[in-house]
Design a protein around this ligand. Structure first.
Ligand SMILES: Nc1ncnc2c1ncn2[C@@H]1O[C@H](COP(=O)(O)OP(=O)(O)OP(=O)(O)O)[C@@H](O)[C@H]1O
Ligand SMILES: [Mg+2]
Length: 242
């Protein structure tokens, strides 16, 4: 579903992605770990072309990423992305936030978009919040709206970049539950997270990055019990040590 080959990316003189090659089959849930600055966000952002790359190739569902125009808009709708900040439209209601893109990009009629949005809000457990404004919701609820909004475009792939990092601890679980549900339904997912419980429970595969390189690529059990690199051992001792 996602295919990256020899991808390189620089920010000025900083080589952020170094010859990254990665194949993610349909339905796989990849959790991406690594120290701050290792390139996890950048990698995610290249997959829906929020960041252009310097060399290499990226394909989603067998099609190379388009550079611009209509084809790029289509790609963006096929690759959903959820960030730490929810980026909801503050002056639109919850359900309007979810209806907007399908109406604009997919040309869905309003009634159809609303029906679809209601079903999605129900799926993420906030059907009763549909007519509120984002500012009236808790962080966990807002993040679930953001997930519903991405799902409204019927993406083939979902990218999550630290979706629970900005949340109060008691709201992390409700967002992770939605993500576990998506994983079970067979969504192809790349998830950057520090939630090790989620990584162990939901990931099919752990990618560990350091300094722009994929250092380990293995199953969760192996990664957490027998990491092979010193970088991963060091990372795990820091993150599990407190
Ligand atoms: N727009 C930018 N311009 C210049 N440098 C950037 C830009 N975005 C990221 N970087 C740099 O690229 C490197 C990789 O950043 P990236 O955000 O991908 O790391 P990360 O693994 O997601 O880190 P974190 O865990 O802190 O989110 C860092 O050194 C960062 O400072
Ligand atoms: Mg990041």
């Amino acid at each position: 579903m996602i295919s990256m080959a020899s991808v390189n990316k620089h920010y000025g003189s900083l080589h952020v992605l170094r010859d990254i090659s990665l194949e993610v089959p349909a339905g796989q849930v990849v959790v991406m770990l690594g120290p701050s600055g290792s390139g996890k966000s950048t990698l995610c952002r290249t997959i829906n072309r929020l960041e252009p790359i310097d060399s290499g190739t990226i394909a989603v569902d067998g099609r190379p990423l388009p550079a611009e125009g209509r084809a790029l808009a289509t790609l963006r709708s096929e690759v959903g992305m959820v960030f730490q900040q929810f980026n909801l439209f503050a002056h639109k209601t919850v359900i309007e936030n979810v209806m907007l893109a399908p109406m604009k990009v997919r040309k869905l009629r309003k009634a159809e978009a609303r029906r679809h949005a209601e079903a999605l809000l129900d799926r993420v457990g906030i059907a009763n919040q549909a007519d509120k404004y984002p500012g009236q919701l808790s962080g966990g609820q807002q993040q679930r709206v953001a997930i519903a909004r991405s799902l409204a475009m019927e993406p083939k792939v979902m990218l999550f970049d630290e979706p629970t990092s900005a949340l109060d601890p008691e709201m992390v679980g409700e967002v992770l539950d939605v993500m576990v549900g998506l994983a079970k339904e067979g969504m192809t997912m790349i998830v950057v997270t520090h939630e090790m419980g989620f990584a162990r429970k939901a990931a099919d595969r752990i990618i560990f990055m350091a300094d722009g390189v994929i250092v380990e690529d293995t199953d969760p059990e192996t990664f957490f019990t027998a990491p092979s690199s010193d970088r991963a051992k060091d990372f795990l001792s820091k993150i599990l040590g407190h």
